[in-house]
Ligand binder design. Structure first.
Ligand code: DAH
Length: 342
């Protein structure tokens, strides 16, 4: 029997065998026998190599046709059998429609959302409104107008995702200050600006390339550094418990002058010294300062007449401290085993 006849026989046998099948349980065996990796078709195909160059194309073509015919017949038979089985099941089995359904877990707010809501609440009590600004920003708002020109080394403080030469994913919530000032002039301002920020950073247990910040901005007449410090003290007490100790350190940000960093006594060890506070007894809670005259002017406020303070704080980091979460990546991993705990 030459290979063409063998192929013909294979197709005939296969289709005849399919017709014999009565239940879907027998389908896999048929498939293995005829079309499987060690099946009859595969074995015949091995013989192709022994053919002369003249015979090979025709045999190859026939082999493909047989394969397609068997695949099609198998699909059709499978559908037919499954439909028949379903029919039988539907008419013979009983469905108890009075059984209770499986309960669907209602879910709850993400830890970050809850932390953000708490922050909003605390600042609302102090008279701060919420100002929402976009996550995609111009280079101008994110840097230039915040007193960070292109040549300035301070740009190295933020690793940036660039969308185009002039558009970035905001690296901090501070550009919202400019938008808010331009919209609010000539009225005084007291807002927080919560939202997501992005940095082109290696993702590690301590840093994500996406994270939340809450920015604060107050602009008015005779606003002083002590107003900022009082606001931070009030915030720390409400967020982390009354009687917090606070420490102010001089710092540098291009958009504030003077700039400070606000530390709070470590909530985990009560300032005794632990791994989280790196044995200093202090945790950093915010960068802040008096709004730089250049930034006020860029926002449309005359620094001779107006003054203001601003601050910026992270959201995930304090939540991590409070709940003893050791890896920031959990926040965005969507693992229910993590999310359910909070
Ligand atoms: N934008 C700063 C950052 O992401 C945080 C910050 C510091 C915001 C001082 C402020 C500020 O408004 O006054 O690192």
């Amino acid at each position: 029997m030459n290979i063409l006849e063998a192929l013909q026989a294979l197709q005939r046998d296969g289709i005849a065998a399919l017709e014999e099948i009565r239940g879907s349980g027998q389908l896999p065996l048929w498939y293995r026998t005829y079309l499987g990796r060690k099946g009859r078709l595969t074995q015949l195909l091995r013989g192709l190599g022994d053919l002369s160059a003249g015979e090979r194309p025709l045999a190859g073509k026939r082999a493909n046709e047989v394969k397609a015919a068997l695949e099609d017949a198998f699909q059709a038979r499978q559908e037919h059998i499954k439909a028949a089985e379903l029919e039988v099941a539907l008419s013979s089995e009983q469905v108890d429609v009075t059984l209770p359904g499986r309960p669907i877990a209602p879910g709850h707010l993400h830890l970050v959302t809850r932390t953000l809501r708490r922050l909003r609440e605390i600042f609302a009590e102090m008279g701060f409104q919420v100002y929402e600004a976009p996550e995609v920003e111009t280079d101008e708002n994110n840097f230039e107008l915040l007193n960070i020109p292109a040549y300035h080394p301070a740009r190295d403080m933020w690793d940036t995702f660039w969308i185009s030469d002039e558009v970035v994913l905001r690296t901090h919530t501070s550009p919202g200050q400019i938008r808010c000032m331009r919209e609010s002039h000539p009225h005084p301002i007291r807002v927080i600006l919560p939202g997501k920020c992005y940095r082109y950073e290696q993702v590690t247990p301590r840093s994500e390339h996406q994270f939340f910040q809450v920015e604060g901005l107050a602009v008015g007449h005779n606003i002083r550094l002590t107003d900022l410090i009082g606001t931070m003290r009030e915030f720390a007490g409400k967020m982390y418990g009354e009687g917090r100790k606070m420490r102010i350190r001089g710092s540098y940000f291009p958009f504030t002058e003077p700039s400070i960093e606000v530390d709070m006594d470590c909530i985990l060890c009560r300032s005794e010294g632990c791994r989280v506070c790196k044995y200093t007894g202090w945790l950093e809670i915010a960068g802040a300062g008096m709004v730089h005259p250049v930034v006020l002017r860029n926002g449309g406020y005359d620094p001779e007449e107006w003054s203001g303070f601003a601050f910026g704080m992270g959201v995930e980091r304090p939540a991590m401290l409070q709940h003893g979460i050791e890896d920031i990546r959990y926040f965005y991993g969507n693992d229910l085993r993590f999310l359910r705990q909070f």
